[in-house]
Design a protein around this ligand. Structure first.
Ligand SMILES: Cc1cc2nc3c(=O)[nH]c(=O)nc-3n(C[C@H](O)[C@H](O)[C@H](O)COP(=O)(O)O)c2cc1C
Length: 223
């Protein structure tokens, strides 16, 4: 059964609008990283988020059991190309990454109806780089990282906080604790990037880039 002429006209109008309202450039850029950085900066500038840089990070054990949690992306590096986050190397994610150095990350920016996915092998950041970032963290966060064994069983939260209090009150506190040796950064080396932008009628705007050696191949994907 064909739809009534009025409904048919509205459908054509809606589809014409979907066609006109695209977020991804046509043709696709060769390299997705500048566009990813642009979307990241757009989310920052929107001032719509407490943590515009929050992303879901997926890791997996060597035998393929996945796990996921939120972390904060501290850098998008178009030329490396990579994204960077910081954590405890002794945490569950850290242990999984040490045993199986591959990760996937997802950003969701609802203000722009955008999703970005980045996948690839991971590498630890250099110790000096982790030191430099650790020094920029608030004193309380540095004390917290020093006293709380991330992802490990603890006797009581009170005992951890008491230890943080003891350090905070200590005359030897000086400039604050040094970076714990098992705390630092990881770089996800971008090997696959997907940018997704919502379109009406489930006709989303979606593209994937795969990197081999030093060059990217781009293709549009059905949504
Ligand atoms: C918005 C948000 C941001 C977070 N950022 C970080 C982060 O940058 N690094 C980190 O180690 N944990 C971060 N966390 C805590 C993690 O989600 C997680 O609880 C912790 O890292 C332990 O995860 P694991 O046991 O899987 O290793 C964040 C949590 C939220 C909700």
């Amino acid at each position: 059964m064909t739809p009534p002429a009025k409904e048919h006209g509205a459908l054509i109008e809606a589809l014409t609008c979907v066609l006109a309202c695209h977020d991804l450039p046509e043709p696709l850029p060769k390299d997705p990283m500048p566009l990813l950085l642009e979307w990241f900066e757009d989310a920052r500038q929107s001032e719509r988020y407490d943590d515009f840089n929050a992303m879901t990070l997926a890791t997996a054990t060597p035998d393929g059991f996945p796990s996921a949690r939120m972390v904060l992306c501290k850098a998008i590096e178009p030329t490396t190309p990579a994204i960077v986050f910081y954590t405890s190397y002794a945490s569950r994610k850290g242990r999984e990454l040490e045993a199986n150095p591959r990760a996937a990350a997802v950003f969701h920016w609802p203000h722009a109806k955008r999703q970005a996915r980045i996948e690839g092998p991971v590498q630890r950041t250099a110790p000096e780089e982790s030191d430099a970032y650790f020094r920029t963290r608030p004193l309380l966060s540095r004390i917290g990282a020093s006293v709380s064994p991330q992802s490990r069983a603890i006797g009581s939260r009170q005992a951890i906080i008491a230890e943080a209090m003891r350090i905070a009150a200590s005359k030897a506190l000086g400039m604050g604790p040094d970076r714990p040796v098992d705390w630092g950064g990881y770089r996800i080396m971008a090997q696959r990037v997907e940018l997704w932008s919502a379109g009406n009628g489930r006709l989303h705007d979606r593209a994937e880039w795969l990197r081999q050696d030093t060059s990217w191949t781009a293709r549009r994907l059905g949504a």
